[in-house]
Write a protein that binds this ligand. Structure first.
Ligand code: HEM
Length: 276
């Protein structure tokens, strides 16, 4: 199986010196994590925290956080900076809960479940309120992927990495089902994330601290920092209304996509998008 041009290009550039990061470093008092954080104009914030030290040539666990308006249909984080052949964390609201699912795309259709990356929801740092959802989860298997066929990609915990996001305002087909199909994005974007900005020497302790039930736990009051190139209108939830659903995907299929063909709809691209 051959990688798409987009993925091949991004993979080839991993580890090389990039010009400038789009992310900023934030210490979030609520969770205790120090994040590498990226916010877009549309009010979505993507954050990553990594252990310090982390191995340079082996998979390491990482924690990501998404803060997004509750009105979105779904949002996704592409750990390798493109749609195909890299781990995707896909999230959507389901009433006052949030569904989180591990996927990998092998073409431009609904990405099927990807069992090689697993997510552990950090419930104390995951909240839904009347306007926003906040999802915080540890991923095992998101920082190194691939095989002899498509090549191995290793994220650099001390340097810049290509990331990508996508989201749609259209709800997924079955919001309660982590394996649900969904349609194409309304917006995609790429950015350069400096993971050294999200280094956490006390990573394991912070993961342990944020595990557990969010019910009754106050949501964070800090606001996501604006991205260097864009102002933000987003804010973190201020009231926790429910616990969040842990939805690590349990489906096993990884190689035979069965999703629908790409709908004929134009996707917008963010200004920060870079051509790799
Ligand atoms: C049903 C689901 C999806 C469909 C039908 C779909 C379809 C497509 C299509 C047709 C393109 C090419 C657009 C162009 O060249 O103008 C594209 C690009 C892209 N998609 Fe998706 N997509 C889906 C889900 C996702 C998800 C879940 C992500 C997760 C982050 C994602 C991320 C991207 C990105 C970053 C690009 C830009 C090209 C690249 O960097 O690979 N897509 N998608």
């Amino acid at each position: 199986m051959r990688p798409s041009l987009a993925t091949a290009g991004a993979a080839a550039l991993v580890g090389t010196a990039l010009a400038q990061s789009d992310s900023v470093s934030i210490k979030d008092a609520d969770t205790g994590f120090t994040w590498s954080s990226f916010t877009i104009d549309e009010g979505l914030t993507f954050r990553i925290a990594v252990p310090s030290p982390a191995p340079a040539n082996a998979s390491f666990d990482a924690v990501f956080q998404l803060i997004a308006p509750k009105t979105i249909g779904w949002a996704g984080l592409a750990w390798g900076g493109g749609m195909t052949y890299n781990p995707l964390a896909i999230m959507w609201p389901n009433g006052n809960d949030v569904v989180l699912t591990s996927r990998m795309a092998y073409g431009y259709y609904t990405p099927p479940p990807y069992p090689d990356a697993t997510y552990t929801l950090l419930k104390k740092a995951s909240h839904v309120n009347a306007t926003h959802m906040q999802v915080t989860a540890k991923c095992t298997g998101c920082t190194r992927w691939g095989d002899d066929d498509i090549g191995i990609t290793q994220m650099d915990p001390t340097n810049q990495n290509f990331m990508a996001f996508a989201y749609s305002n259209v709800p997924v087909d079955e919001p309660a089902n982590p394996d649900s199909t969904f349609g194409i994005h309304d917006l995609i974007g790429h950015w350069v994330e400096d993971l050294s900005q999200g280094a956490n020497p006390d990573f394991a302790a912070l993961v342990a601290k944020n595990l557990g039930d969010s019910a009754g736990t106050p949501a964070p009051t800090s606001s996501p920092a604006p991205a260097p190139t864009a102002s933000s209108s987003s804010s973190a939830p201020t009231t926790s209304t429910t616990s969040t659903t842990s939805t690590t995907s349990t489906a096993s299929g990884t190689t035979k996509p069965t999703g629908e063909a790409c709908p004929a709809k134009k996707t917008k691209k963010r200004k920060v998008q870079r051509q790799f």
